[in-house]
Design a protein around this ligand. Structure first.
Ligand code: PLP
Length: 399
């Protein structure tokens, strides 16, 4: 065990299941550990490094902004915040932006917008319908919104005001809607839930139902946004315009920032309603502006589509070779490989050893979400390493 792992055991709260790897450096889709071993990173820092680790444009923007102005109070205007807001609005279907620090915090703010909208426009309605198997974050409010009992059981009582329905099931959503409902909150593709892609028409039908009932449609694009699914925002892939979109993860190119984007009609906050000390801080906004500009200039969503297809095809070929793989699914560069048995921990350990970092998203499924800067050579190398790791894990299970 390295001395860093010993320090972790001694001083850190035991909240994470870690792989026995100490990462010290990253560049593009690659990271290096303390012994100088190189890995291809198909976890991308939990779907964060869409523009690659230590993207030079982001590094430069951070260094420059850090030496200029990092933090002010929100009593004052700052330039990076407004430049980033403009760039997001000009490249989305939304009209206004509020910045915060994380995905959970963005979702909390979105639910506050929905409750206020419900109070003003739907007779005090406050309930938000979310999906079973969803994931919306770790705050107490978002634990209640998340439709997975194992994220909830230890933190009872849950914050009231959330109702769960099966994902990809419009009749269930209709049946759950009452006079108390103010909004529907969904991930376009469920990420943490195992990369579950709904039928192509699902979100369009949800949109139509929300319009008919006067509900807000909130899309949690914390994981699917910023090009991950092969379009800048996941909603574009499904042909809908949400009232509110939440972002975080890849927005900052590695810097911690979240955002709520809202249509004018849903942006109902007035001064004093909401705030955040660090939200919209000049440093993280400069990083996010550089990351978004890079994403747009280099057409990374298109690359995500092309490289996602290549990776998908390669994984499909492995599925035909290995009966243990029962399904390959996903969109763009958010993919999962489903196994017949609960072998993902073994597969991930063997892939790590082979030099490929992966996430065991379910006991029987691994998730692949590499940087969107991925090249064809890196896709092919990732496939070779995955095949090597899988073969080793299966061999070891048999012996
Ligand atoms: N929403 C979705 C869809 C996520 O995937 C996540 C994190 O994985 C979150 C919200 C929570 O984001 P954060 O960890 O930044 O609070």
């Amino acid at each position: 065990m390295s001395s860093w792992m010993e320090l972790e055991q001694r001083y850190y709260v035991r909240a994470a299941r870690r792989q026995p790897i100490v990462l010290v450096r990253g560049q593009g889709a690659q990271v290096w550990d303390e012994q100088g071993r190189r890995y291809l990173d198909f976890t991308a820092g939990w779907g964060v490094n869409n523009v690659g680790h230590c993207n030079p444009a982001v590094v430069q923007a951070v260094a420059q902004q850090a030496a200029t102005l990092m933090q002010t109070s929100n009593q004052f205007y700052t330039v990076p915040q407004l430049q980033l807001a403009q760039l997001l609005v000009e490249n989305s279907c939304l009209d206004r932006v509020f910045f915060c620090n994380s995905g959970a915090e963005a979702n909390e703010g979105a639910v506050k917008l929905a409750r206020k909208h419900g109070r003003e426009h739907r007779d005090g309605a406050y309930e938000v319908i979310t999906a079973l198997n969803s994931f919306h974050g770790r705050t107490l409010g978002m634990v209640a919104a998340t439709g997975q009992p194992h994220y909830q059981e230890q933190w009872l009582p849950l914050t009231p005001g959330f109702v769960h329905v099966p994902f990809d099931d419009v009749p269930a959503l209709r049946a759950a809607t009452t006079v108390k409902t103010c909004a529907v909150l969904l991930e376009p593709v469920q990420g943490e839930g195992g990369v579950i892609v709904p039928h192509t028409d699902y979100l369009r039908q949800v949109r139509a139902w929300c319009d008919q009932q006067g509900l807000l449609l909130i899309l949690d694009e914390v994981q699917t946004g910023m090009g991950r699914l092969g379009a800048l925002f996941g909603y574009e892939q499904f042909g809908v315009e949400p009232d509110i979109v939440t972002l975080a993860k890849a927005l900052g190119g590695g810097a911690p920032i979240g955002a709520i984007l809202a249509k004018e009609r849903a942006a109902v906050f007035v001064p004093g309603d909401h705030g955040s000390t660090f939200g919209g801080n000049a440093l993280t906004c400069a990083a996010a502006h550089a990351a978004l500009q890079y994403l747009l200039d280099h057409r990374l969503p298109d690359n995500a589509r092309r490289m996602g297809d290549r990776l998908y095809q390669g994984l499909e070929a492995l599925r035909l070779e290995y009966e243990e793989i029962v399904e390959v699914r996903g969109l763009g560069l958010l993919l999962a490989v489903q196994f017949a048995d609960a072998i993902s921990a073994d597969v991930v350990a063997a892939c790590n050893e082979a030099g490929l970092l992966l996430n065991p998203v379910r006991p029987n499924a691994v998730r692949l979400m590499p940087p969107l800067t991925l090249t064809a050579d890196e896709v092919d190398e990732g496939l070779r390493l995955f095949a090597r790791g899988l073969a080793k894990a299966l061999r070891e299970r048999r012996t």
